[in-house]
Design a binder for this molecule. Sequence first.
Ligand code: ADP
Length: 355
Amino acid sequence: LPHHTGVVSHVAVDIGGTLAKLVYFTREIDTADNGGRLNFLNFETHRIDLCINFIRQLKEEHEKCNGSTREGLCVVATGGGAYKYYDRLKEELNVNILREEEMECLIIGLDFFITEIPNEVFTYSDADPEPMQYAEARADVYPYLLVNIGSGVSMIKVSGPRQFERVGGTHLGGGTFWGIMSLLTGSRTFDDMLAMADRGDNSAVDMLVGDIYGMDYTKIGLKSTAIASTFGKVLRLKNDAEQGAEDGEGLIRDDPSEASESSKSSHGAKPNPEDMSRSLLYAISNNIGQIAYLQSEKHSVKHIYFGGSFIRGHRQTMNTLSYAIRFWSKGEKQAYFLRHEGYLGAVGAFIRRQP
Ligand code: ADP
């Protein structure tokens, strides 16, 4: 519950497919200076009622501090939910809702973080003794690529202030990880899923180059530990674990209709959830990293920023994305991350309508 001694002046909400991100400013009543703080929090979009209740409390605080003589609380909304829930927000909050375009907000938010906020942007590499390094402020900010990993993924080329184009994306995104993980592991919260990935060993389910070659494939530059096929070992493990596998197993008939019923319904050992989690997290983040690299080549940009709540400051995710960019670009390009990665759109909406 909100509990502030200060004045709530302004609220922005970015309502996405999975999460509603809320940003608001509070200022201490008794301080002479203009100091205050930005507050960040999120709600699951399917519990938009909780989000609305929270904003209602902010509104009540605002009215308590400002009296009824002043203007009412200003609520800025962006993301798909700014359309989907527009009427509901308006009716239940009884405030004016200002809508802002989603991509524009993302870019305004990111530009703000890059140019105005110290210790916000960083690089990440597990290979370094100090993996997380804050990025120096750069004079030449543009062009850059923003890869926003939310439920789905958007890739946006930014050429200058307010100058941008959505150049691509992929629907294999954070929502895919979340959905498949809940099927595979039964875990329900995102942080549980990430914790499982931390404990897992993907080589138990992924087919590695070493599984195929028995050694490094040095001729084409692949280490034995490189993933050749995500989840590629699973069925083999199941078959190995199965007692009394049918004679003739391993012989593949070209006519699928001849497949026996028993081989269709095999119940081998189920790989452990931790290993599957790690594998899936690699799969999703590697795939996004590779597409991001290709887009950066196609559109001639060197600096690639990764945002969206999927990242959630998670080491494996950031290391995989970062490694993919360095590997494919042969060290020419760099991945950047943000401490408030999930809040680009909300912060952008907030700034755009700052009173
Ligand atoms: P959207 O705007 O599409 O809702 P976000 O940037 O908010 O996208 O990212 C949503 C993704 O973030 C989810 O698909 C999931 O992978 C991840 N995520 C991070 N934290 C949570 C959480 N608490 N609940 C659900 N998903 C989360």
